[in-house]
Design a protein around this ligand. Structure first.
Ligand code: ZN
Length: 246
């Protein structure tokens, strides 16, 4: 059996399959990863995403965020890897998605149960009372403020120096310890603590399927089925074979 056949067989046999996604699933939607050659970090000052820099240089931070960052986030559309996961959720085949991405593309693709370990760029959050707002309703040229308490709003994604969102982290651990199959897509396994999540699944004897064009930190450690492809090609193949076999 090839790796696509093995993957479909494992998914069909599973009782509780979940997905774990990283930057690689969104690369084909035009979202640059934070790391690497064309990474966002190389384009902006790295300190832009540090919480202390943001609180001390708020207006400067917003000017930089307006300049390209949000535009790229708004423009991006889900690709066929995102939509395949959403249709597998509708089929009852995928129970939840844990994502390291902040681009909102799983939501846009129609997935419902999503745990966002690094928050979400489509929203803003009040630093004082935690109120959430959709970023699209704000003109970001001036630093936005909370409509309730007038405190500063920050992007609702995790900056360096911030904790991961407690609920999403808690639920990610919970579903990882419950799953019998985890499909890891486009995560290099280097950003902690998020990268620890697939290890919890493995500890519970889940079958780990990994989709990455080249081997990652997970591959030799925990991966059972390695699919050496980009996300879209792999998910198209899996989806096609799954529907053929029904
Ligand atoms: Zn507030």
């Amino acid at each position: 059996m090839g790796y696509i056949e093995k993957t479909v067989a494992a998914l069909k046999k599973s009782k509780y399959a979940i997905a774990f996604t990283g930057a690689g699933i969104s690369a084909e939607s035009g979202i640059s990863p934070f790391r690497g050659e064309n990474g966002i970090w190389n384009k902006y000052k790295e300190q832009l995403f540090e919480i202390n820099y943001f609180t001390e240089h708020t207006q400067d931070s917003w000017s930089m965020l307006c300049d390209g960052f949000y535009e790229a986030m708004f423009k991006a559309k889900p690709n066929e890897a995102h939509t395949a996961l959403a249709s597998f959720e509708k089929e009852g085949l995928i129970k939840a998605i844990i994502t390291q991405n902040i681009d909102d593309l799983h939501e846009k693709a129609g997935s419902k149960i999503i745990y966002s370990l690094h928050g979400n760029a489509s929203k803003l959050r009040c630093i004082k009372d935690g109120s959430n707002y959709y970023v699209k309703f704000f003109d970001l040229k001036t630093a936005p403020r909370c409509k309730i308490c007038n405190s500063m709003l920050k992007p609702d994604f995790v900056f360096f120096g911030e904790m991961l969102p407690e609920y999403d982290m808690h639920m990610s651990l919970k579903v990882s310890l419950k799953c019998d199959v985890m499909i890891v897509i486009g995560s290099t396994g280097t950003v902690y603590p998020a990268a620890s999540i697939p290890y919890y699944a493995k500890r519970n004897n889940a079958t780990i399927i990994e989709v990455n064009p080249t081997p990652s930190a997970f591959t030799n450690e925990i991966t059972d089925i390695f699919i050496p492809m980009k996300a879209v090609e792999a998910m198209q193949n899996i989806r096609t074979l799954f529907y053929q076999q029904r």
